[in-house]
Design a protein around this ligand. Structure first.
Ligand code: UDP
Length: 232
């Protein structure tokens, strides 16, 4: 048994639609997570918000307010994904670092531990609760706080490359790479703040493509595919 925190990027949740939700994609995620729960793993989930909103791009409004909208976008994502999980037979709860009335419950380590003990999938919505951070940082923070074994990052790209594969057809994907190298080469697969937090707290991260068949289960079982970011 291991405690795994799964990060779903906002773009990946949207599938080919690019914005909003692609229900079939989310159901495929749900069925894979159910297999992991049935195998005895404890699963936490963090979603991005990019399928709705990004705080830092092209907005005239104040950055703090723009980031607040972004954090709320992740709450919408978590409520949606958790409901799909529920219809696929799992028990779920959504925790946030700020109060939103009765929509979610306030995050605490003790509350998360209690829900994990009840075999619930625990959604960590709302990022860190602070502007100028990302959900990459949120997922590393929560993984460290709840003593997770590793982070699985499901993205629209299948791992960490030495340059941007969209721009460079010669770009090479790493099977494994150390977090020191990710930071030194500024590879941006995981943002810098999140990378440094993962390095200082020795939290390993595996990055893989959400769209590939059974990729979440395969990543959880440690099979190759994608990139493992090592922290030793
Ligand atoms: N966000 C934030 N603090 C956090 C997490 C997220 O302010 O701790 C905001 C930020 O505006 C971000 C948006 O929520 O752009 C969506 O989060 P995500 O990590 O998906 O953003 P991305 O890195 O893709 O822009």
């Amino acid at each position: 048994m291991s405690r795994i925190i799964l990060k779903l990027s906002g773009e990946a949740l949207a599938g080919d639609r690019r914005t909003g939700f692609d229900e079939e994609t989310v159901r495929r995620v749900a069925r894979q997570v159910r297999r992991l729960v049935e195998a005895g793993h404890e699963i936490g989930v963090v979603t991005g918000g990019g399928n709705f909103w990004r705080g830092r791009t092209g907005n005239e409004i104040d950055r703090v307010k723009a980031d607040q909208i972004g954090m709320l976008a992740t709450v919408m994502n978590c409520i949606y994904v958790s409901e799909i999980f529920r219809t696929e037979g799992m028990m779920t709860s959504v925790l946030t670092p700020f109060e939103i009335g009765g929509f979610t419950k306030l995050f605490s380590k003790d509350r998360a531990s209690k829900y994990f003990a009840h075999h619930m999938v625990v959604f960590f919505a709302g990022g860190t609760g602070h502007p100028f951070f990302s959900t990459d940082t949120g997922v590393v923070l929560r993984a460290i706080e709840v003593d997770a074994d590793c982070i699985l990052m499901a993205k629209s790209i299948d791992g960490v490359y030495d340059s941007d594969p969209a721009k460079n057809p010669e770009a090479k994907r790493f099977d494994t790479i150390s977090i020191d190298e990710v930071i030194a080469r500024n590879l941006q697969a995981v943002d810098m703040t999140a990378s440094i937090l993962a390095k200082e707290n020795r939290m390993p991260i595996r990055i893989f493509a959400l769209q590939e068949e059974n990729s979440i289960v395969r990543a959880a079982e440690g099979n190759q595919g994608g990139t493992t970011i090592t922290v030793d």
